[in-house]
Ligand binder design. Sequence first.
Ligand code: ASP
Length: 325
Amino acid sequence: MPTESQSPYLPFGENKNASWYGKDILSVKQFNRADLEYIFGVAHEMRGMVERIGTFDLLKGKILANLFYEPSTRTSSSFTAAMERLGGSVIPINEVKYSSVTKGESLTDTVRTLECYADVIVLRHPETGSAAIAAKAAKKPVINAGDGIGEHPTQALLDTFTIMEELGRLDNLTVTMLGDLKYGRTVHSLARLLSLFKVKLNYVSPDILRMPKEVMDEVAAKGIPQAEYSTLEKVLPETDVLYVTRVQKERFEDPAEYEKVKGAYVIDPEIMKAAKQEMIVMHPLPRVTEISMDFDDDPRAAYFRQMEYGLYVRMALLAMVLGKA
Ligand code: ASP
């Protein structure tokens, strides 16, 4: 459980980025280092406020439409909690099967409807690019909560915030991403966002689940060293952040292919003996078998703390796009 401390970021209220008011959050490509410093400063302040007073009225009277066309536990409930901690309220549409979507309503019509009632829309959808389409149709801010195998920008923001809070820096780190790098949208966003910093990126995956060339090319263009491996052994000892991902079963066209790779890597206390003592293991969750529960009590296991950081980052983002930070 993270504890409150002096903000290492910009002080809350020193609003250098009032320009976030009304903005969509669609891709990590829209952020620079100064933006991250600002977001982390607000998130850090949100953490302090939650620890001190729990719920407060920064977004009193504001309404969030939480529109999820794909399953979600953390993203959906943390956006709900974020809005409610800020004194606002939520229209939850977690089961589009109970909405007019099953009557054939288009995404754009659904979004245009929800913005009549809400001030901001959080959208998760199975198609890459859907958040951008929704944002084009909507006048109110749209926040991408995962668009298929595309991006998951708020996850990457909470991931980098986690690294900052846990390790105190984003420069001079070796980050190893492990698992399904092809279909995992969180690693697509994270690799892009980390390319703003002086990092070394290792990608460890089965051959059929390698990081897409498009992402690697973008990261290479920023001068970031990247290397691909099929086993973890060689890179684990140098790793500062081990980012483990689930094999994305729902994205496979051929179930036999999934069966071949589903258990490719399992992190357990034995394997972690080869890692540094000062490093962290992260996972966007849900996990299936890729991290053994036997590792959960190791102080390096940061994945439950990571979820909590997500609340503060999402509070910060809501406050920013609604003009209150
Ligand atoms: N929860 C994350 C996502 O929505 C990771 C995962 O599902 O494996 O992308």
